[in-house]
Design a protein around this ligand. Structure first.
Ligand code: NI
Length: 230
């Protein structure tokens, strides 16, 4: 494992290919920016999304560099707080690396499509690259990792695990979801179990089906244990 990490690092460092050097520098930058974060939105989320995006690219194609860069930078900015593109860390970073304006635009467009959560606005990924990054991000919200992240996030927001009298509610926008005090189990019915049908690519859909089944198993076991049946 360590040898593998080291050799990929050397591949980046010694590479004459500027794209590999940019990716390596970006990985380091993002890792430092995220550091330790307890709500499930830490560096390792970025790492997993990056890894999954590469896996999806292998099956689906597209521009690998654009996909990798967008995956690494996709959660760096809170778009609700950025009034202009120039204020964004992602944009400033890409300019610092002297990446061509054309490529910068492609990367920023993906980040905007993947992370923007305006009131009632569906996130539509237009390019193949955007679809892949969005799928990779959504896959990290489901399955065993999705379960772990949900409860980490819920705990961070002081939410109950479950309350039998609190029914799931369908939030029409992200801010109403963020304000909601509903227990974490409700989040499965409000969002996580719906994600499998929102995948863009067929490769992601297959992975999602497997992760979806795991969440259903988890929920069945959870309620059996809740009622003392198992
Ligand atoms: Ni993300």
């Amino acid at each position: 494992m360590f040898g593998l990490l080291l050799s990929s690092k050397i591949r980046f460092m010694e590479s004459n290919n500027p794209e590999n050097r940019w990716l390596s520098a970006t990985q380091e930058y993002v890792r430092q920016e995220f550091g330790q974060e307890g709500s499930g939105h830490d560096w390792w989320h970025i790492h997993r999304v990056h890894q999954m995006a590469v896996r999806l690219w292998k099956a689906e194609g597209g521009d690998r560099f654009i996909i990798e860069m967008a995956a690494l930078l996709h959660d760096l900015d809170d778009w609700k707080l950025c009034s202009s593109i120039e204020q964004q860390k992602a944009s400033q970073w890409l300019t610092k690396l002297q990446i061509s304006p054309n490529k910068q635009n492609q990367i920023l467009e993906i980040i905007e499509q993947v992370s923007f959560k305006g009131a009632g606005t569906p996130n539509i990924a237009r390019s193949k690259e955007a679809q892949i990054v969005q799928d990779a991000d959504r896959l990290d919200a489901i399955g065993a990792i999705g379960i772990a992240r949900s409860f980490a996030y819920g705990g961070n927001k002081n939410r109950l695990i479950y309350h039998p009298e609190s029914k799931p509610e369908m939030h029409t926008d992200f801010s109403s979801y963020q304000k909601s005090k509903g227990p974490t189990i409700n989040h499965f019915y409000e969002k996580l179990l719906l994600l499998k049908d929102q995948m863009n690519t067929s490769t992601a859909r297959k992975i999602a089906e497997n992760r979806h089944r795991f969440m259903e198993l988890f929920l069945a076991q959870f309620f059996n244990e809740w009622d003392g049946k198992k």
